[in-house]
Design a protein around this ligand. Structure first.
Ligand code: 4NP
Length: 163
């Protein structure tokens, strides 16, 4: 558990340069809007190692900034076995990320790991990888992640009795 009996959230995709840093920035903004920064911390990581240390993809940063999410300080890192033990909630962007996380984490931690969009209100089950897509792909990532993050912050606040 994080300080103040708060909770920690980890967003995970493949490269940690498009979807999961977007989810981190958006979720952090929803937490701030709900005045829950004291209780909820958020981070992101990738299952792959190709982009370690890099800032988010410039297309992701541009699309996010147009909606007032600043991702410029974020740097990619790879998810490790210690993360699975340390974080309270781990959200995968797609099914492959989910399988990789379940492989990495001990069975006792599997209950913390789920698909992010299980918590969204829409019909998508996965946040599609925008890496090889056009600009629409990055807008869709933002739409899906905004919806799920708003729902999640509300549910977590209820579950943990913060409102
Ligand atoms: P992300 O997108 O998983 O949303 O960060 C990708 C970024 C890079 C690669 C794949 C997906 N890549 O193959 O380098």
């Amino acid at each position: 558990m994080a300080k103040n009996d708060g909770i920690s959230v980890l967003m995970v995709c493949l490269g940690n340069i498009c979807r999961s840093p977007t989810a981190e920035a958006v979720f952090r903004d929803k937490v701030r809007a709900a005045a829950l920064e004291e209780f909820i911390t958020v981070d992101s990581a990738g299952t792959g190692s190709w982009h370690i240390g890099e800032p988010p993809d410039s297309r992701s940063m541009r699309a996010a900034l147009a909606r007032n999410y600043d991702m410029s300080a974020l740097r990619a890192r790879q998810v490790g076995v210690a993360d699975i033990a340390a974080f309270d909630y781990i959200f995968a962007m797609d099914r492959q990320n989910l399988l990789d996380l379940l492989d990495l984490g001990a069975p006792e931690h599997h209950g913390k790991i789920s698909l992010l969009l299980r918590h969204g209100g829409g019909s998508h089950e996965e946040v599609p990888d925008p890496y090889y897509s056009g600009p629409d792909g990055f807008e869709l990532v933002l739409d899906l992640v905004e919806d799920a993050s708003a729902n999640l912050v509300r549910r977590l606040a209820q579950k943990h009795g913060w409102r």
